[in-house]
Design a protein around this ligand. Structure first.
Ligand code: 3HC
Length: 288
């Protein structure tokens, strides 16, 4: 199999990441089925596509024809069997829970044609924790996009010990077709490249707040003004989801049992209160 054999893509999960990954693939000319267990999420994703595309046309970033074609390329289907039955490539962007992902990949192994590649967008669950739920571990890898997926240019392609080089190569090629720059990680490592670097920054920022040195607002202002980052660490955690920061920290802590890997008290407090950032309209900042 090579990249030219990839024509139909199924994106699983219409949340924060999935709805934009699906649209990226549709804009790149692929036949895309976006699926989610929640019809409400699918309606939201479809609504987003129907407002985003005309806005791009109005901004002069897309032609009317490209926008119309992208809309024709994408469908929103709740039923997994129907959405994944005849696809060549799956990008799973469902909830970051390992048991759910293992169950999903076992089902995908049953539903999809034997040649289909099954990639997970997970940012911290390496595919070797999922691949053995399928009978095609050589066709399983991580394909990690960044938020917002329509804008951010990087995709991390992580080749596990079970992943064939052909699978990793096709995933790199697909990233390129979707207008992204792929970074090929030849070995699995926790946090991949970017989240390892980001975690160092975020942990330090959280430590400074926990110590009462400065407020989230001041730290965000300092980082955007001094380092030129488009968002400071607290604004970014609100954007990507404080629940995700919590799950990432807990997963890491369970693996290492090192206290320094435990989510910071501030993250635990926000997680327990349900203040998960933009998606719950409150995190470190309020969003009305
Ligand atoms: N969805 C789609 N497109 C969006 C968008 C969104 N939510 N927000 C902004 N955009 C687009 C706009 O349409 C505009 O496109 P154009 O230049 O082609 O017209 C462009 O982005 C710039 O938008 P704005 O001028 O309105 O706003 P900003 O200049 O403030 O940019 C931002 C918004 C792109 C989100 C910018 O603040 C940014 O880059 N923030 C940092 C994001 C980041 O670090 N992401 C990585 C997070 S880590 C991660 O994802 C890992 C995961 O595992 C958690």
């Amino acid at each position: 199999m090579n990249i030219e054999d990839v024509k139909k893509i199924c994106v699983i999960g219409a949340g924060n990441m999935g709805h934009q990954i699906a649209l990226c693939a549709a804009l790149a000319g692929y036949q895309v089925r976006c699926t989610d267990i929640s019809q409400e999420m699918l309606n939201k994703a479809e609504g987003f596509a129907k407002t985003y595309l005309p806005e791009r046309v109005a901004k002069g970033k897309l032609s009317q024809e490209q926008a119309d074609q992208a809309l024709r390329n994408i469908s929103f289907i709740q039923n997994l069997e129907e959405a994944a039955a005849d696809v060549d490539f799956v990008i799973e962007a469902a909830v970051e829970k390992i048991d759910i992902k293992r169950k999903l990949f076992a089902e995908l192994d049953r539903i999809t044609p034997p040649h289909a590649i099954l990639a997970t967008n997970s940012s911290f669950i390496v595919s070797s924790k999922i691949a053995d739920a399928t009978n095609r571990p050589d066709k399983v890898c991580n394909m990690h996009f960044f938020n917002p997926a329509l804008v951010m240019k990087l995709v991390e392609v992580v080749q596990g010990p079970h992943t064939s080089t052909e699978t990793a190569q096709i995933t790199m090629d697909l990233s390129k077709k979707m207008g992204k720059n792929g970074a090929w990680l030849k070995k699995e490592i926790y946090g991949f490249l970017v989240n390892r670097i980001l975690a160092a920054l975020h942990n330090e920022a959280l430590f400074l707040v926990d110590m009462g040195i400065a407020s989230p607002e001041e730290i965000d202002m300092a980082v955007t003004n001094a380092l030129g980052h488009p968002m400071g660490p607290f604004r970014l955690m609100d954007f990507t989801g404080i629940d995700l920061s919590y799950y990432i920290g807990m997963e890491r802590y369970q693996e290492t049992r090192d206290q320094k890997d435990k989510p910071s008290p501030l993250i635990i407090e926000k997680f327990v209160k349900g203040e998960w950032g933009k998606k719950t309209k409150k995190g470190f900042y309020s969003y009305d």
